[in-house]
Design a protein around this ligand. Structure first.
Ligand code: SAM
Length: 288
């Protein structure tokens, strides 16, 4: 069968299954199965596929129709300016998390030089490593409870040529200790904590089935990690340092109220994402 026929059949199949981006997903999967660039599908459209190539295409199409996220099948996901390697056990970077990078960029003139950034719950490393792109000269320490996430973060740092300015540690955020790590107090802490309530009916089935639950869910109506990590950020930050963290779109007011309690933060703001939903809290550690 020629490649164009395989592609058209896949598009038709995905459309029938109700996929919104049937053409794009088909192109990405078929080119990945063949080890080609997407553009090759159109320059080599008459190319006859071997039995092995047909099987490779079928295998990826089946994984996708079984619900596996396309980022895991392709092994990467774009975030901010780069592609990040991802796989089972690591949260797939989400575009709304880029809001934090955009907000930090606005403070660029204040956060110049060899500043130290902490990334709580670094996952693939997408957030912290993207910040090294916008704050050249900065150093990054990322922490995650999952060994898999720490290895993905290190691999991504290497692939992006950022390994000399970053370090990643398998560490519960609660036990991050500056003396043990021989690090000074950070100027900036960013986090995308697990913040979904365990009984939230809005979570898509494929997210629940394939993405790591320790990256998604938190006790106390989704607020447990938010509360613990805010106290830890306040304990670690330099006076005047900033803490940015992602929240669920209904958690803006409750998180603002929480940080306004006696946690040592000032200038607390709720920031919206590009779709106009509450998405990020920005807070500054009080100057004492
Ligand atoms: C929502 S994901 C964010 C991943 C990545 N920062 C991103 O934005 O794509 C939350 C991350 O926190 C990690 N995590 C959960 N509990 C943790 C804890 N107590 N200490 C450190 N990391 C934790 C999870 O393994 C997961 O990688």
């Amino acid at each position: 069968m020629q490649v164009t026929e395989v592609l058209n059949r896949t598009i038709g199949f995905f459309k029938k299954k109700g996929f919104e981006s049937a053409r794009l997903e088909s192109e990405l999967l078929i080119s990945s199965a063949l080890g080609w660039q997407r553009i090759d599908l159109y320059s080599k459209f008459e190319y006859p596929l071997s039995a092995d190539q047909m099987n490779a295409c079928r295998e990826l199409v089946k994984r996708r129709t079984d619900g596996e996220p396309i980022a895991y099948i392709l092994g990467e996901k774009g975030f901010y300016q780069d592609d990040f390697k991802v796989g089972p056990g690591v949260l797939i970077p989400r575009p709304e998390t880029e809001t934090i990078v955009d907000e930090v960029e606005k403070l660029k003139s204040e956060l110049e030089g060899e500043i130290l950034i902490f990334d709580f719950g670094c996952g693939s490393g997408c957030l912290g490593l993207s910040l090294l792109r916008v704050l050249p000269g900065a150093r990054l320490a990322g922490f995650d409870i999952s060994e898999t996430c720490v290895s993905y973060s290190k691999e991504n740092a290497e692939a992006l040529g950022l390994e000399s300015s970053s370090g990643f540690f398998k560490n519960d955020v609660a036990s991050v200790d500056l003396n043990d790590l021989a690090l000074e107090a950070p100027d900036l802490i960013v986090a995308n904590p697990p913040y979904i309530s365990k009984d939230d009916p809005e979570v898509a089935e494929d997210v629940k089935s394939f993405e790591p639950s320790e990256a998604l869910f938190s006790e106390d109506d989704g607020l447990a990690h938010i509360k613990h990590w805010a106290s830890k950020a306040s304990e670690l930050l330099k006076p005047g340092g900033y803490y940015f963290f992602e929240i669920g779109h209904r958690q803006g007011q409750v998180c603002k109220d929480l940080l306004e309690q006696d946690l040592g933060f000032s200038h607390i703001e709720v920031i919206k994402d590009l779709s106009g939903k509450d998405r990020v809290i920005k807070a500054q550690k009080e100057l004492r």
